[in-house]
Design a binder for this molecule. Structure first.
Ligand code: AMP
Ligand code: ZN
Length: 494
């Protein structure tokens, strides 16, 4: 069997046949670095990582490019408000994004930054203007003339035949039913950041970034383009229009879109109080491996409902797999050739692969694996696993983990990194409070207690008694007593 994927462009599940035999070129829309990434963003990035890892496992040679959007309306607005340059403003969040993808064991794609390619964007727009697809307005901005591109709407399946010719929109994100000539280039308003280019001063629109950087690195036509479902219109529709207008060739062959994540059944939003960054969850004591497992366990085209119950179950699932893996390593099984359990492991490998080849059906792959673990554990309890069964069982776990990446127990250092960040960023009181929740469930590790005690001491010396008292109370809740002795500060567990 071969890989089959749902293709938004064709509207059906297609067999995946790359342009260049086993070499796959993929572009994924990356983060807009104006804030810390939230779990909705990471649902999409984890789903794309599952695709990335499965393509490699399935024998494809993959080139995977992801952009970093480090200039757009929000960034310009926020950096101006903060009184810093666009670069100063965005680098911090770009760095945070890199750490976050590492926290979630997402294999880092080849990254390209929008602001590193402004001259290429200006050039691309100049070409579009020459071909009649772009026009300049009096203030020096440029727009794409959608009436000139008959295929407009082919990805989002919208009928734009009745559009008002020449109506314009100049914001990066706009209404779903709003077909308008969209901004390619925005002339600077007073006080706004801008770049000097061959088409004049200004900054690129969001859509042009992706068209330019993807074709620049992957060629006029490439295999796969991925992103969250909200990007179908207008972002990806606009990318197609810009790219195909400029190159005269089909842009992307397979469009991969990930459905939105809900939190406790509702759309995630700050006003509903159900908005979580990855860091928020870790500071509440949730392990990165549980979060990754939960995000990867739902099929990418079904709406994933993120709940704290499901997160607990995900933690249990990871635990069960890790225990099984260590059982295989440490237990002595009766000498003997591969038997029924070994055979089951081989069948499971086939089923996992078949599940993933079927439009990346992760629940199906997981179902097969957990059934294997259940049967193997029961057989091992009954003394029916042989030494010859161990290798295929381990191989099946290995095949699973190449995609899911949760077996290695490196949660603690990753959590600690986030704790350090929270302390450095002055979020300690919040972090300390959340850590008490960790303490409640699995004991506060010594070095985290050390960090809190040190912070307590610093606050005390700085005569910030409100803070030192708060930390002491939080430590007390976690069963830690802090004592001031002649030798200095000590702590012990109650
Ligand atoms: P942004 O940083 O807003 O440009 O988004 C980065 C990626 O996250 C894009 O592919 C979005 O489509 C995706 N995304 C944003 N919100 C969600 C959500 N609630 N569920 C799934 N994906 C999302
Ligand atoms: Zn994009």
């Amino acid at each position: 069997m071969a890989l089959r994927l749902f293709n938004t462009l064709s509207g059906k599940i297609d067999e995946f046949i790359p342009l260049d035999d086993k070499r796959v070129r993929m572009y994924a829309c990356g983060p807009t670095v104006y804030d810390y990434g939230h779990i909705g963003n990471f649902r999409t990035f984890v789903a794309v990582d599952v695709l990335h890892r499965f393509l490699r496992q399935d024998g494809y040679e993959l080139r995977h490019v992801m952009n970093i959007t480090d200039v757009d309306d929000k960034i310009i607005r926020n950096s101006a408000k903060a009184g810093v340059t666009v670069r100063e403003y965005t680098r911090k969040y770009e760095q945070a994004f890199l750490e976050d993808i590492d926290t979630l064991s997402i294999e880092q794609p080849e990254l390209v930054r929008a602001t590193d390619h402004i001259p290429e964007m200006a050039r691309f727009i100049a070409q579009l203007e020459k071909k009649g697809y772009a026009y300049r307005t009096d203030d020096g901005s440029y727009y794409f003339r959608i009436a000139k591109f008959p295929g407009y709407g082919k990805l989002s399946k919208k009928d734009f035949s009745g559009i008002e010719v020449g109506a314009r929109v100049d914001v990066d994100e706009y209404d779903k039913d709003n077909a308008r000539d969209f901004a390619l280039w925005k002339a600077p308003k007073p006080g706004e950041a801008f770049w000097e280019t061959e088409i004049g001063p200004g900054r690129p629109g969001w859509h042009i970034e992706c068209s330019v950087m993807s074709t620049m690195l992957l060629g006029p036509t490439f295999d796969l383009h991925a992103g969250g479902e909200d990007l179908v219109f207008p972002h990806h529709e606009n990318e197609i229009a810009q790219s195909e207008a400029e190159t005269g060739q089909p842009f992307v062959r397979y469009w991969f879109h990930v459905r939105f994540l809900l939190v406790e059944g509702e759309k995630m939003s700050k006003s509903l109080g159900n908005f979580y960054t990855l860091r928020d969850l870790v500071l509440k004591g949730h392990k990165p491996s549980s979060i990754r497992f939960l995000l990867a366990s739902g099929h990418y085209r079904t709406q994933l409902n993120f709940t704290f119950d499901a997160l607990k179950q995900a933690a249990n699932s990871v635990e069960r797999l890790r225990n099984f893996e260590s059982r295989l390593k440490t237990e002595r099984f009766a000498e003997g050739p591969e038997g029924t359990i070994g055979k089951l492991a081989r069948e499971t490998m086939g089923k996992m692969r078949a599940g993933l080849e079927d439009d990346l059906n992760t629940p199906q792959a997981l179902g097969a694996l957990f059934e294997m673990v259940r049967q193997a554990n029961a057989a091992a309890d009954a003394g029916q696993v042989t030494s010859g069964d161990v290798a295929p069982l381990q191989q099946a776990l290995g095949q699973f983990d190449q995609i899911f990446a949760v077996l290695r127990d490196d949660d603690a250092p990753r959590m600690r990194r986030i704790l350090d960040w929270a302390i450095a960023d002055g979020k300690l009181d919040h972090a300390a409070k959340e850590l008490v929740e960790v303490a409640g469930s699995n004991g506060l590790p010594d070095d985290q207690v050390d960090a809190l005690v040190a912070e307590h001491e610093r606050a005390r010396k700085a005569r910030d008694f409100a803070k030192s008292d708060a930390i002491r109370a939080q430590l007390a809740q976690a069963g830690i007593v802090v004592e001031n002795t002649k030798q200095g500060v000590r702590w012990k567990r109650k």
